[in-house]
Design a protein around this ligand. Structure first.
Ligand SMILES: CC(C)(COP(=O)(O)OP(=O)(O)OC[C@H]1O[C@@H](n2cnc3c(N)ncnc32)[C@H](O)[C@@H]1OP(=O)(O)O)[C@@H](O)C(=O)NCCC(=O)NCCS
Length: 232
């Protein structure tokens, strides 16, 4: 099938489009972007943006970002209105990036991901297959999130303790989250915390310390309420 590209959109150099790609109004696609088959890009989307301005105040950018860092959008993705995908991001197959969301440089979404509206995914985040994050969430830089997690509204992860007062520190990072966790609305996870698999984290919980597998947690700071797996 043929592609549709609105006349009001700008397509850069060395952009590869698959089959059946729809590009709506006022879309900007910068250079060196590869887009798979059956991708629907709604109005005002920007793909391949170079990071600059306030978002990079505390960070020395890798030089490759200014050269030829490619960005890839997999097959069957939908990129909704006003989303911005930075250079060096890699979005796997079957992903939905909803309205007004931002995916920063170096992020990898492995596929089958849903990113709700107004979500900010900071740089170098890795998100496993099938993980969904609902509206108004903020995922801090270098968070690593596994497969098939369900993460509700207003989820926040933090990647540094000092509010930027001590400048950029390459060693701080967002949490490492395993697989198959259910995370309720309004949960916050502080920096450098590790979360295992199959946990349920209740609404508005604040996770300040590492947690293992198969637990139910809530509170601020969150406590283990019970284990899901009964011992014999
Ligand atoms: C305020 C803050 C920095 C405190 O961190 P801290 O001084 O390192 O605290 P610790 O990690 O040593 O924790 C001390 C205890 O307080 C608890 N605790 C930590 N932060 C807490 C919080 N916000 N609310 C309730 N309890 C908290 C810890 O669980 C720990 O409990 P324990 O004594 O039973 O073991 C941290 O809570 C916080 O808010 N971090 C966010 C940083 C941030 O926003 N950075 C900018 C990102 S853009």
């Amino acid at each position: 099938m043929s592609n549709f590209i609105s006349a009001s959109s700008h397509i850069g150099k060395n952009v590869h489009l698959g089959d059946n790609v729809h590009i709506g109004n006022n879309v900007t696609i910068y250079d060196n972007v590869t887009i798979g088959d059956n991708v629907y890009i709604w109005d005002n989307v920007v793909i391949g943006k170079i990071p600059m301005g306030v978002s990079t105040n505390y960070r020395e950018l890798p030089q490759t970002l200014f050269e030829k860092e490619p960005i890839i959008i997999g097959n069957n993705c939908v990129i909704a209105c006003n989303a911005i995908i930075y250079r060096g991001a890699n979005i796997g197959d079957n992903c939905l990036i909803s309205e007004n969301s931002i995916i920063r440089e170096g992020c990898v979404l492995e596929g089958d991901n849903i990113i709700g509206g107004c979500v900010l995914v900071q740089y170098d985040v890795r998100m496993g297959r099938g993980t969904r994050v609902l509206n108004n969430s903020v995922i801090s830089s270098k968070s690593i999130i596994g497969d098939n997690n369900f993460i509700s509204f207003n989820f926040v992860t933090v990647s540094d303790k000092n509010f930027g007062d001590k400048g950029y520190d390459n060693n701080v990072h967002g949490p490492i989250i395993g697989n198959n966790n259910h995370i309720g609305p309004g949960v916050t996870i502080l920096s450098n915390v590790t979360i295992g698999d199959n946990n349920t984290i209740g609404a508005a919980a604040l996770i300040t310390k590492d947690i293992g597998n198969d637990g139910i947690f809530f509170g601020s700071p969150a406590k283990l309420i019970k284990n899901k797996v009964c011992s014999q």
